[in-house]
Ligand binder design. Structure first.
Ligand SMILES: O=CC(=O)O
Length: 455
């Protein structure tokens, strides 16, 4: 049966996802697809205008999603789907308040970003910026084979007695994939820390030991940030952005690093204080820095203090930019949006946020406060349902408090501690839909639509 246009689910996409991926959304008769038509970052005004009535938004890191956009979209918005693993550009608390889910794209980019971490460590340590510039400027003849000119610290251990230590701020999937790449370079030790505001203390000795054994390392240790700074030959910054990690790499941290140390940041620019880094580089406090991200990007002018530092290699946030990975990320972002719009569970949703696409119907007893994320009900649906649903059996929906008070192991951020805005406990609804049986997972809007059409 063909659907009338007004019943179609609107998906707004802020950047054309290319010929390999757009067909996932194009040609779906149930979808009203609206795509930003230009080959540049989407204008906010366009997004505000076009978001109206959307069931899902597919967005890029360059799109800021806040209350204004969510207001513009209206109560039908079920999910925001970002083509990224990071989501600092999305106001997750605002999403949580409105029970809007967030789709994102972890895992598929892990290897590509880990590759770039190694590339940046090598480029920064080995003077790639200055040396390639002199070739590009036609100055090779002046510098040919001057002894020690452009020497830098060797990434690989030059001998077994000179062991290398890798340091990480943030120790999630990308950090571990980067660490694995460092083993053939002769790195034998790893120290890692989260951020100074984290409430999580101490190592998980078992998993650290298991990782060390698996990779053939002498040790993997969770330590404080001072130790990460002082013991590491290369410090990799691979933690989520946001207020809790803002400027964790500040002048104090940098001053504790080894003079031959290299700093690599492939996560978010806000974790590193750019002015402090420029100052410490200029004064020789550390050897070099390799950055895929800079605070304030993409508006980094040519006279930015870090751009002017000869041993600061800067890439324009291309950590995940391989053909394979971007197709995978774009496909996942499109599939997340499609699933949410159709009322199905997203293939990859942020676990700390409500999952409005599905809910667990119980027999009326409170679902235990376990880690399940099913069962959270959209506030808009509850009020709509209370008005419109006939009364009958009781369905309870529970809020998993733990989802808001503990951190997802995926994201390792304490920001979610702040998401305690939802512990409003189980919500009871009365409905007499014949298909609502205890334990069943169903889709709110589908049930509601059914009721309305039966009424
Ligand atoms: O930075 C890129 C991402 O978050 O995917």
């Amino acid at each position: 049966m063909s659907q009338s246009p007004s019943l179609k689910h609107k998906i707004v996409v802020t950047r054309n996802l290319g010929p390999d991926v757009m067909p996932i959304l194009e040609g779906r008769t149930e979808i009203d697809l609206v795509v930003w038509p230009e080959d540049r970052a989407c204008d906010r005004e366009w997004l505000l205008r076009n978001a109206t009535g959307a069931a899902a938004l597919v967005i890029m890191v360059s799109d800021k999603i806040d209350a204004e956009v969510l207001d513009a979209a209206g109560p039908g918005l079920r999910a925001v789907s970002t083509m990224s693993v990071g989501y600092e550009h999305v106001d997750v608390q605002e999403l949580a308040k409105r029970s809007i889910a967030l789709g994102y794209t972890p895992d598929v980019l892990t290897e590509a970003v880990a590759d770039v971490c190694i590339m940046l460590a090598l480029m920064a340590g080995r003077n790639a910026k200055q040396t390639s510039a002199l070739v590009n400027e036609g100055n090779w003849p002046q510098f040919s084979w001057a002894p020690f000119l452009f020497c830098g610290p060797q990434l690989s251990a030059p001998s077994p007695s000179r062991q290398r230590t890798a340091g990480f701020i943030g120790f999630g999937r990308i950090a571990k994939a980067t660490l694995a790449r460092l083993v053939p370079f002769g790195f034998t030790r790893c120290v890692y820390g989260a951020n100074p505001h984290s409430t999580r203390q101490g190592s998980n000795d078992d998993s650290d030991k298991e990782l060390a054994d698996r990779l053939g390392l002498t040790s993997v240790r969770r330590v404080d940030l001072d130790t990460v700074a002082s013991e590491s030959d290369v410090v990799f910054v691979l933690a989520p952005g946001g207020p809790s990690t803002y400027h964790v790499v500040n002048e104090e941290f940098l001053r504790k690093m080894k003079k031959m140390g290299v700093l690599v940041n492939a996560s978010r620019g806000t974790l590193v204080d750019s002015d402090a880094l420029a100052k410490v580089l200029k004064e020789g406090g550390i050897w070099a820095a390799g950055l895929d991200v800079v605070e304030g990007e993409p508006n980094i002018p040519a006279d930015h203090p870090l751009v002017r530092e000869p041993r600061c290699v800067i890439l324009p946030h291309i950590g995940s930019a391989t053909n394979e990975t971007w197709v995978d990320m774009a496909s996942l972002a499109a599939n997340n949006a499609l699933a949410a719009a159709l009322g199905e569970p997203m293939p990859c949703a942020l676990r700390c946020l409500p999952q409005p696409a599905t809910s667990q119907v119980t027999d009326g007893t409170e679902v235990s406060r376990d880690r399940t994320i099913f069962g959270f009900v959209r506030q808009s649906w509850i009020s709509k349902a209370n008005k419109q649903l006939p009364m009958g059996n009781t369905c309870c929906y529970t809020l998993p408090e733990s989802a808001f008070t503990s951190h997802s192991p995926d994201v390792q951020t304490p920001d979610f501690g702040a998401l305690s805005l939802h512990p409003r406990g189980p919500v009871s609804l009365r409905a007499n839909h014949p298909n609502l049986t205890p334990g069943q997972r169903t889709h709110h809007d589908a049930v509601l639509d059914h009721h309305i059409s039966q009424a």
